[in-house]
Structure formats: C-alpha cells, structure tokens
Write a protein that binds this ligand. Structure first.
Ligand SMILES: [Mn+2]
Length: 501
C-alpha cells in the first residue's frame, strides 16, 4: 500500500488520497456499521469528534474550525510552518518530515479520564481536538503535504465516548491534504524514510506526548542516515509568539471574562470565608461567562499564605484584617488569561498594607508604561528590581545607605520571581522563546511585580512580616505602545477598597 508513497505523494496526490480513503473507509466499515453517509454534514447532526458550525452554531461560525478561528487561518499557520522549515535549512533538497502528536487521553483511575486538553502545538496547526491523533507535514521540494492521522470510527467506542470525526470527515473539516487512520502511521512513515534515507525528521523527542508513538519514532529514526531528530519546537513557538487578529480577539475576551469574574469575587468576599469558597466563586463566574475552565489552579492566599508564591492548597479561613492574593485566569476557546489582584478582605487596608500596595501598584504602572520602549522581558525584570528597591527605600523598608548592587540583591529577595512571561494559548506561552529578545507588536505578555515579606526577608521591619502583594495584568504590545487587556479589573487602591467593602 505504501511501497512507493513518495512517488505517489509527489505525482498524484489526489489519487493517492482518494485511493487510500476508499480503501480505509471500506476497511473501517467492516468493523462498524457506521456508513460514510451518516457523517455527512446535516444528515446526522453530532457526527464529529468536536463541535462544528452544524452541530454547535452557538459556538462555531460557518467557515470556522474552532470557535473564532477560520479554516483559512489554519492554512496560513501551516504555510508559515512550511516556510520556516524550508528557509531554515541549508539543504532544501532533502525530504523534510514534521511529526506533531496530539495529547493522549489520561486516566486518573480505571476508565475515569482527566479533563482532556489538546497538545497546544498540535491544536495550533491542526484545529483537531481528538486525542491520540498525529499531524504529519512532508516537504520534498514540491508541494508540501499535510496528512492527519485520526482514530478510525468505531461503533463500540463511540457508544461510550461519543462520535469520532474519522478519516471520512477529517480532510473536509480540518483542510489537510489527506487523512488516514492512526494504525497506518508506522507504515506511512517507514515508506517515506525508506525512499529517502537522508530525510530530516522533525520531532520533539525531549517532551514525550504519546509514549507509544515515541517508542515507534525512536525505532524509525534509526532508518535515516543521520539517526537523529531535528527539534521543531522552537519553530512552532516562533510562529505562535506573534498573535493574529483573531487570536487577539479571543485573548481580549478571555481577559475580559477573567477580569469580570475577579471583580465579582472581590465583591462577594468577606471575613470568615475560606479560600476554597473564593476559588469556587472565580471558577463559577468564569464558566458562566463562557470560559471552558480556569487556565491553571488558582492561587487564593489569605494572610501570610501569600508568601508561598505557588500556594494552591486554598483551604484556609481568611481573617478580618488580612489581605487575599488571588492569581487566577481562564481558558476561553483555547486562549488563556492570567490576572493577580490583592485586596483587604474586610474592605480597608491597614497602614502597612496600604503603603506596600501603593509601592507595588506604582512599580507595576511604571513597568507597563516603559513597554513603549520595547524592552526584553529580562530588561523589564531588571527595571522592576531597581524601581522596587528604590520605592522600598523611600518607605523605610530597605535602608538608604547601601550601594546599587546591594539594593538590587535586596529587591530580588522581596520579589524572587520574574516579572513577565509570554501569554497565549498556554499560560506560560511559547516557552522556547528567550526572555532576552525585545518585545514586538503582536506579542501578549504579563506584567506582575510583587512583594513578599517574611521574618527572614533582609532588613524587613517586623510590622511588615507576613504581607504578600502581587498585581498582574495582561498586555498586548502594539505599534502605538502597550494595551492592557485586563483593564476591566480595577487595581487603584480606592477602587479596590470600594469593591471589597
Ligand atoms: Mn502570570
């Protein structure tokens, strides 16, 4: 079947595709009673593995693959990948094969699955929400071809887990050149490599997504001359780093939902409530506004719990006189927001809380303003250490008689985390991109300075011990400067006190 795959791909792509599709549809219909006709749009409504404009018109517009993202956008993303694979190479004559796995289903215990979240790079280029799938790009100098491997339709499995898209509908919905059952992946790749042993195979072998596929890949790579994988992740992330117009729209909505949900939570909070109840409130308010779920386990830290940067136990009672630090965001149609607000549970800051809050707010606003100069995120971090150090000196927390290096070291002890990360589909988005490059229009980043004071923090006066404050906004970088996407979430001291009381 795949003996001469490369020749077939090169010379008669359409014939290759239709022959295979015909062959595999015949094969799969032996295993199930589902016919192709049942999958056709309109005749049998929920016949796909994910919402479509036919089955879920309230979520997906006609012409879109995922909510807010058109098939044309996916084609543009895939062309960018082809461009990036072929221009980054000295030897364009070699065949390039890019393999991107989907997430598998993961179980918490027998037959009980965790909430499924698709592998971000796979979703970005395919639009496909089905587990265990594989997207393969082949470029050999001629027309690049995308082949999507999906789970074959299966009546028994579909009875339990719901409909699958299957090879029958996959090319129409996702716009790839071909669709094949996952069971054919190994034969397909073997034949491609056997025909050109100098092929470059792009596959992220460091971060294993599908363990079984990974084993196969490690065997298959031995068939190539080089016997080593090329790592594609940095290329994926370079493309994902700059957001398109429709991605910016989705990010705006994600930020708006989380902003409104946090406002509601601040209003709802009162002394004696548990951190867990505030977690439940922000989760509910996000989902009721259309978010699928929270983008990460939120930090809901009352009092000195705010000194634990990644505090997610969220099981303490919040006492009157304490502040709450909430770091929460939602995922809306695949796009994440990430906000932090700190407020006094009883509606009124104490004098120490107030003076420290104003320091953090002032530093945060200054940092956002300075984004006009397009610094790198690392530069913004150095800038924060200096600003924070100076402000803490002004309020008498850090002594004035120390030199600049000592001041930066002291400031770092008060805020031991970075002040920014890239944001997008993932919360810590495009992790392969260095924070030492200058920001550019189309990037979305966070600005999140904080101050955390314990009895061990150098110089800290005892009346400040146990205070933890962070203020975090999500910022779109544009030609005309920074635009705060989370502006609906108040952060001025007076606004916070009004909301909280
Ligand atoms: Mn963040």
């Amino acid at each position: 079947m795949f003996g001469n795959a490369k020749q077939l791909l090169r010379r008669t792509p359409n014939k290759f595709g239709s022959q295979l599709l015909a062959y595999f549809s015949a094969e799969t219909s032996l295993k199930s009673n589902l016919t192709q006709r049942e999958c056709v749009r309109g005749s049998y409504l929920p016949a796909c593995g994910q919402p479509t404009s036919t089955s879920h018109p309230h979520l997906v517009k006609f012409g879109d693959v995922l909510p807010g993202i058109s098939l044309e956008e996916f084609k543009r993303r895939r062309s960018k990948l082809v461009e990036s694979i072929t221009t980054n190479l000295k030897n364009v004559l070699k065949q390039q094969i890019v393999v991107i796995p989907a997430s598998p289903k993961i179980y918490m215990s027998d037959k009980i699955p965790y909430v499924f979240r698709q592998n971000t790079d796979f979703l970005y280029f395919s639009g496909c929400q089905e587990p265990d799938s594989i997207l393969v790009l082949t470029c050999n100098g001629d027309k690049p071809l995308y082949t999507l491997f999906v789970r074959a339709r299966d009546e028994h499995s579909e009875l339990w887990d719901g409909p699958r898209t299957g090879v029958e509908m996959a090319t129409e919905i996702f716009g790839t050149d071909h669709a094949l059952p996952i069971t054919e992946f190994e034969r397909f790749l073997t034949s491609l490599i056997q025909e050109d042993k100098s092929s470059i195979v792009w596959y992220d072998h460091a971060d294993v997504i599908q363990p079984i596929l990974h084993k196969k890949m490690c065997q298959l790579i031995k068939l190539t001359d080089s016997q080593i994988f090329a790592s594609p992740k940095i290329l994926f992330h370079q493309i994902r780093l700059i957001k398109s117009a429709c991605e910016i729209d989705l990010m705006r909505e994600s930020c708006k939902i989380a902003s409104d949900a946090i406002v509601k939570t601040i209003q709802f909070s009162k002394p004696g409530m548990s951190e867990h109840q505030l977690f439940a409130t922000v989760d509910y308010e996000c989902r009721m506004r259309g978010a699928e779920y929270l983008a990460y386990p939120p930090v809901v830290a009352g009092g000195r719990n705010a000194n634990v940067i990644h505090y997610i136990s969220n099981n303490q009672i919040i006492q009157s006189g304490d502040m709450v630090l909430m770091d929460a965001g939602c995922e809306y149609h695949g796009y994440s927001s990430d906000i932090t607000r700190t407020w006094p549970i009883a509606g009124k800051f104490t004098p120490e809380q107030k003076v420290l809050y104003e320091v953090v707010l002032d530093v945060q606003k200054n940092l956002i303003k300075s984004l006009k100069e397009m610094p790198s995120l690392d530069n913004a971090f150095r800038h924060m250490c200096l600003l924070l150090g100076e402000r803490l000196q002004e309020i008498g927390v850090i002594p004035k008689n120390i030199d600049k290096n000592e001041l930066l070291t002291a400031a770092y002890a008060y805020c031991p985390h970075h002040v920014s990360h890239y944001l997008g589909m993932d919360v810590h988005d495009t992790g392969k991109i260095s924070r030492s490059i200058r920001i550019q229009p189309g990037m979305i980043i966070t600005i999140e300075p904080g101050v955390y004071i314990t009895s061990k923090t150098p110089y800290a006066p005892p009346n400040f011990h146990g205070l933890g404050i962070r203020i975090e906004d999500d910022v779109l970088i544009t030609e005309n400067g920074p635009e705060v996407l989370t502006k609906n979430c108040p952060k001025e001291l007076a606004e916070i006190e009004t909301l909280a009381s």
